[in-house]
Design a protein around this ligand. Structure first.
Ligand code: HEC
Ligand code: HEC
Ligand code: HEC
Ligand code: HEC
Ligand code: HEC
Ligand code: HEC
Ligand code: HEC
Length: 411
């Protein structure tokens, strides 16, 4: 009898401990900067470990980060730690007491130095850097170019003088991070200025940025651990093709004037709920390859003739880093363009079986962006930034060149 009672006491204590643990977890959960409805990416790991682990390596997850040495792609070695404007003036990247700075140096004398606080860009093509000055974020004068493997002049800064005064608006964060607290919008010399709370930011694009607030989903699944069906979370399967596309297009259709903050964009919502309609419809041939994947895809025959079946995830796995894996990406093309079938490549005979390893370079060639250009040391003209075009089409000149290259590997 006594034994039984102590067993019950222990059981009660265990249950109480469990509940207490649950409560404190709930308290922690509502600490997410975005508010009550959000759980935070750390909570998803418990039940979606595979996705969380592979997702951590993606460009999305790393699109913004605190500026640690490991995150900054460029060199701090004395031979390659600078960008020279002219023989008298340069910016030098330096480390001091565990922090990193860009210092303006004139004839060997340091004139000013500001810290690397935030890295924007996962480092696929370029990284640019911000520093905090009170409530405002400013871009540092020097950017890192992956193609040039060098420090280059930051976009929109003059090439002949060193400046630290380009203030960064909320827009960069709305596409490159999950949240930042804006404390005020002010006018200054006719320009809009965004004031922030630098301590209240969620770096990178996290699960809930795409999937929407998930605290209720987490609470429900934790209370019902044997439940295999998800509740309180939008399933992509239930969405229309347009809703699926626009979940990505919120950040991949260029800059539009927001009606309300895109941080709140949830699956199922549409661009028209968040942005003013564009005043001018640009022709596909005029669209810049940078940032306009949605419009370029829409202009492709592939998309137009796919009977509303093609979305970004027809080719992209949003949880996996598949960059440069053109063979895997080509298998996605061949799910519709079956080798040997009626809609297969008309060029197949010329190319041979090697064709199946790479549909991409001929039909989605990398093109120079006109809006993002990075100027290297001593260059009069900026190096173009190459971006894959989503205007899937026949590019005869490109194909001719590719044929030559593939010829060596072909039949
Ligand atoms: C206590 C466990 C648990 C936690 C924590 C959890 N989930 Fe889930 N989730 C599930 C289960 C179970 C399913 C249904 C089976 C599946 O699809 O894996 C699910 C499914 C989903 C789905 C697919 C829904 C569908 O019907 O297609 C999404 C999206 C999702 N979860 C997102 C999240 C996000 C984001 C987080 C973190 C904020 C999270 N989950 C945390 C258990 C959990
Ligand atoms: C919150 C804004 C946002 C949303 C939503 C978003 N993206 Fe992105 N995406 C970005 C940014 C920013 C980058 C560039 C990341 C970097 O390298 O720093 C990017 C990069 C990419 C890349 C290039 C990855 C690489 O490794 O080269 C692909 C592919 C992509 N996004 C597809 C998608 C798809 C598919 C969706 C929808 C399921 C989506 N994105 C939704 C902002 C977003
Ligand atoms: C409308 C969404 C959007 C806005 C606003 C935006 N970006 Fe981007 N940015 C993207 C996307 C999408 C990509 C990658 C795909 C591409 O190049 O088309 C990207 C790429 C980049 C890259 C290269 C990343 C890499 O890993 O190579 C940098 C650096 C960058 N953006 C900085 C900025 C800065 C600084 C701002 C603000 C002045 C800004 N972006 C505003 C969506 C946006
Ligand atoms: C760039 C947007 C984006 C981000 C960020 C994202 N997802 Fe997804 N997720 C999607 C899309 C799109 C689908 C539907 C894929 C499809 O149609 O096959 C999906 C499907 C899912 C599913 C159900 C299907 C499956 O693959 O099991 C789960 C669970 C899920 N996501 C969890 C997560 C978790 C956890 C994270 C963060 C670690 C995350 N997602 C981050 C876009 C995203
Ligand atoms: C969802 C199915 C689907 C996927 C995935 C798909 N396509 Fe298509 N594609 C189509 C359809 C449908 C057409 C139009 C065929 C027609 O009208 O004769 C087409 C047309 C084309 C054309 C002819 C374009 C023109 O302007 O004449 C090319 C080239 C092409 N696709 C290449 C690709 C490549 C490369 C990929 C992968 C990156 C791909 N497609 C992925 C369905 C798809
Ligand atoms: C028919 C297949 C297909 C579809 C559909 C598709 N993509 Fe892509 N995308 C690709 C391929 C292939 C690449 C090149 C990958 C590489 O070079 O590593 C790519 C590259 C990208 C990149 C990186 C571009 C760069 O060079 O920096 C972004 C961003 C991207 N896709 C976003 C999207 C978005 C957003 C959508 C939906 C609007 C979408 N994609 C739809 C096939 C597709
Ligand atoms: C060496 C370059 C090259 C490669 C690699 C290549 N294509 Fe093509 N493709 C072409 C050219 C050029 C044409 C136009 C041929 C013509 O009009 O005679 C074409 C035509 C097409 C068409 C249009 C058919 C039509 O009815 O108009 C489709 C679809 C297509 N390719 C799909 C693919 C797919 C899928 C792959 C990968 C398995 C691929 N291509 C690989 C060069 C290439």
């Amino acid at each position: 009898m006594i034994k039984r009672r102590s067993f019950i006491v222990i059981l009660v204590l265990v249950v109480a401990g469990f509940l207490f643990n649950q409560c404190t977890q709930t308290v922690q959960r509502s600490n997410d900067a975005r508010g009550e409805g959000y759980a935070g990416a750390a909570t998803c790991v418990k039940c979606h470990a595979d996705i969380a682990v592979s997702y951590a390596a993606t460009a999305h997850a790393n699109s913004t980060a605190p500026a640690t040495r490991a995150r900054i792609a460029g060199s701090f070695h004395k031979d390659s730690n600078h960008y020279e404007y002219n023989p008298h003036m340069k910016v030098v990247m330096k480390e001091q007491d565990g922090r990193f700075y860009q210092a303006a140096v004139q004839d060997g004398v340091e004139r000013a130095a500001f810290p690397f606080d935030i890295v924007i860009g996962s480092g696929r093509k370029a990284q640019t850097f911000l520093y905090w000055y009170g409530a405002n974020a400013f871009q540092l004068p020097v950017t890192y170019s992956v193609a040039a493997k060098a420090w280059v002049n930051s976009p929109n800064y003059p090439a002949d003088k060193i400046r630290f005064d380009r203030m960064i608006p909320i827009g960069c964060f709305e596409c490159h991070s999950s949240y930042i607290e804006r404390t005020a919008i002010r006018a200054q010399k006719g320009y809009r200025v965004d004031d922030f709370n630098p301590n209240n930011i969620i770096y990178g694009i996290d699960c809930e940025r795409c999937h929407g607030p998930a605290a209720a989903h987490v609470a429900y699944q934790e209370e019902h651990p044997s439940e295999k069906i998800a509740k309180y979370i939008t399933s992509y399967k239930s969405l229309s093709n347009l809703q699926r596309l626009e979940n990505c297009a919120a950040c991949h259709s260029g800059i539009h004037e927001p009606l309300r903050t895109p941080f709140g964009f949830k699956p199922g919502e549409l661009l028209k709920d968040y942005f003013q309609p564009d005043a001018v419809q640009q022709a596909a041939s005029e669209l810049d390859v940078h940032g306009n994947q949605y419009q370029l895809l829409q202009a492709s025959k592939c998309f137009k003739n796919s009977a509303q079946q093609m979305s970004c995830s027809s080719c992209h796995n949003p949880h996996k880093q598949e960059r440069d894996n053109l063979q895997v990406l080509s298998t996605r093309c061949m799910s519709c363009h079956v080798p040997g079938g009626k809609q297969f490549c008309l060029f197949a005979d010329k190319v041979g079986s090697v064709i199946t390893t790479n549909c991409i370079d001929c039909h989605m060639p990398a093109r120079a962006s006109q809006v993002i250009t990075l100027k290297g040391e001593g260059q009069n003209r900026a190096t173009p930034n190459l971006v894959r075009s989503h205007l899937i089409s026949v590019y005869p000149d490109v194909a001719k060149k590719e044929l030559g290259r593939l010829g060596n590997r072909g039949k």
